[in-house]
Ligand binder design. Structure first.
Ligand code: ADP
Length: 350
């Protein structure tokens, strides 16, 4: 028959969580490979307090050894790339260890992703509240002024109502973008299956954005082979992608500048390893400092916060673009440099 510790070790190795056994001598008498990856290769026969060191987990193990009742604690670590969080369960095991006096089985469950999701949700709520609070505060201030000091001042009233309209429109855009984002997230796993003519979509997008471009004195050009170019996609969502990108190019581009759309057809795309259509939207505006590029598609991330707010931006446009492109199993590429304009390329599988 095998030595009892070998049996225990074999059993621990079958548990898909870092797990170790502490006996009455307060030493780690057995551990599995996952526990050694987490805590170090030489942990057996050492006192558990020299290995684990964090008071909550020490209290839990000591308590469990004392009264035999299950305990849980949190254990914080770092895997080299990020901080990690574990829920540690301590359960009493009778009849093991020195003089078969029993021990405590300690197992670590990685809950880092749960913690991260919670943090993301908290950040998101805080961001949304902050974004809504600014226009709301302005609206409340103007209502007060209209009731009091500006009650009989017709020109001031007209001016304030204009500003209030602008602030209400900002809130409306924010709520609209939040709803789009949640709708896109909801069906991100469902593959679109309609046949969409990309060139027709782009022409119609450009047509509806023409007044905005004219206002900024910006000319728009579409460089595409004549005739339809079909892909499998969701027409409304793709239209939203192109609208957001072209709108940004107009908003952030130079007055009197140019926005260029270039459509290319690829039999075998290097990025997708499949046939694709690439749509590049390029402007000749001030561009984006490359330090911002990796975070540009995060919700509420703004490279130039002042300018975005001044132009009524919600900070959600590119987050929506990225989700839609992901749903289409495509890619979004951004390249830019200060003073060099910005170029956003959507790569979509056919
Ligand atoms: P916003 O509503 O602020 O425009 P987006 O998600 O659409 O939000 O864009 C995020 C940020 O990326 C913007 O705040 C802006 O700083 C930057 N950006 C987007 N497109 C361009 C562009 N064409 N030129 C320069 N900066 C851009």
């Amino acid at each position: 028959m095998s030595h009892p510790v070998d049996l225990i070790r074999a059993a621990l190795d079958a548990i898909p969580l870092p797990t170790l056994l502490v006996d009455r001598t307060e030493r780690i008498v057995a551990s599995n490979a996952d526990a050694q990856t987490l805590l170090g290769a030489q942990i057996e026969n050492r006192h558990f307090a020299t290995i684990l060191r964090q008071p909550p987990i020490l209290d839990a193990i000591e308590g469990c050894l004392r009264d035999g009742l299950p305990k849980t604690a949190q254990y914080l670590s770092n895997d080299g790339a990020q901080d990690t969080t574990f829920t540690v369960s301590c359960r009493f095991v009778p009849g093991v260890g020195v003089r078969e006096a029993g021990g405590v089985l300690v197992s670590f469950q990685d809950i880092t992703h749960v913690e991260q999701a919670g943090q993301m949700r908290r950040d998101f709520v805080a961001n949304v509240s902050h974004e809504l609070r600014t226009p709301l505060t302005a609206l409340m201030g103007f209502i007060e002024t209209l009731r009091g000091p500006a009650k009989d001042d017709a020109p001031a009233r007209a001016r304030f109502l204009d500003i209030m309209e602008g602030e209400a429109a900002r809130m409306n855009r924010l709520v609209g973008d939040l709803l789009s984002l949640s709708r896109v997230e909801e069906d991100e796993r469902v593959r679109p299956k309609d046949q969409v003519d990309i060139v027709a979509q782009l022409n119609s997008t450009l047509h509806s954005l023409r007044p905005l471009a004219d206002e900024a004195g910006i000319s728009m050009t579409l460089d595409a082979a004549p005739g339809p170019l079909m892909i499998t996609g969701d027409g409304d969502q793709l239209r939203q992608v192109f609208t957001n990108l072209v709108e940004n190019a107009i908003k952030y581009g130079n007055r009197g500048g140019e926005v260029r759309l270039i459509v290319t057809d690829h039999d075998r795309d290097g990025a997708l390893r499949a046939p694709s259509v690439r749509v590049q939207v390029a402007d000749d505006g001030p561009g984006i400092d490359p330090v911002h590029l990796p975070r540009l598609t995060e919700r509420f991330y703004r490279a130039d916060s002042h300018r975005s707010r001044e132009l009524g931006g919600t900070g959600l446009g590119l987050a929506i673009v990225k989700h839609i492109v992901n749903r289409h199993r495509g890619r979004l590429r951004v390249s830019s440099d200060v003073g060099q304009g910005a170029s956003f390329t959507v790569i979509l599988p056919k």
